[in-house]
Write a protein that binds this ligand. Structure first.
Ligand code: SF4
Length: 71
């Protein structure tokens, strides 16, 4: 499973890295430090990844089974 964070949608609410502290972190401005990245979700952190996606009020976090060829 892969987790992607849309940098254009992220408004720095900070809920994602609170919900998934083992995978995500904050930068100096309160945005998620992994903005604009696609991360492979480690084994055992799938629930956290889902919580992070559900927690984001901007819908900036998406989960998918594979990385798109054009991503
Ligand atoms: S919860 Fe959403 S808007 Fe807030 S920092 Fe995380 S990705 Fe950005």
């Amino acid at each position: 499973m892969f987790l992607s964070i849309d940098a254009d949608k992220c408004m720095g609410h900070g809920r994602c890295y609170t919900a998934a502290a083992d995978m995500l972190s904050d930068d100096d401005e309160g945005f998620v430090a992994q903005r604009g990245q696609t991360l492979q979700v480690p084994d055992g952190l799938l629930e956290e990844a889902r919580d992070a996606a559900d927690a984001c009020p901007e819908g900036a976090i998406s989960l998918r089974d594979a990385v798109d060829a054009d991503a």
